[in-house]
Design a protein around this ligand. Structure first.
Ligand code: PNS
Length: 162
């Protein structure tokens, strides 16, 4: 069995993330989406909300599951019999940080990282930009799953994204 993990904060998940999940699900026997619980970044959505958005969006792919994690990613991999970390690479700007993490994870526990070149359609997309645009009342239709879109609109209407 080739078990892979797609780790991240996913605050919130975007259609760019979903593209990577779908492509990873075609490449590996199982794909675990591991949502970091207590990132140093302050999250707009709770861990339960972030997991629900993803679970809803990946329901068509039956080899994908969604869980939360904390602590070191390589420990999570060991505990869950996962040998490969899958990340999307959008641009050169992602590369330095991703390479550093990939090399460190390999050094720590011989866990490999595999990069998927992001679909150019989503190359400019990030959770931070989505939050920024939504905060100012901009339209992010088509860039996030429908449930995320509704939740962002609700937060924006209540001043919660400010
Ligand atoms: O979506 P993000 O916030 O860019 O994801 C970063 C993430 C979750 C992949 C990274 O911060 C991580 O792996 N955190 C867990 C702690 C850890 O293992 N740190 C050492 C990485 S070499």
């Amino acid at each position: 069995m080739r078990n892979a993990v797609c780790p991240g904060s996913f605050d919130p998940v975007t259609n760019g993330h979903l593209d990577v999940f779908e492509r990873a699900s075609a490449m590996y026997d199982t794909v675990t989406i591991a949502v970091l619980t207590n990132s140093s970044k302050s999250a707009l959505f709770t861990i339960e909300e972030r997991i629900n958005f993803i679970t809803d969006a990946v329901s068509a792919w039956n080899n994908i599951k969604v869980v939360s994690f904390q602590g070191l990613l390589v420990d999570f991999c060991k505990q869950n019999d996962i040998s490969i970390i899958v990340k999307g690479l959008r641009a050169v700007s992602d590369f330095d940080y991703e390479l550093q993490m990939a090399q460190m994870n390999y050094r720590l526990a011989k866990v490999e990282t595999s990069f998927i070149a992001t679909n150019p359609e989503f190359g400019y997309l990030s959770s931070s930009l989505i939050k920024e645009i939504s905060k100012h009342g901009g339209d992010v239709t088509g860039l996030v799953p429908d449930k995320v879109l509704s939740a962002l609109k609700a937060k924006s209407a209540s001043g919660g994204t400010k």
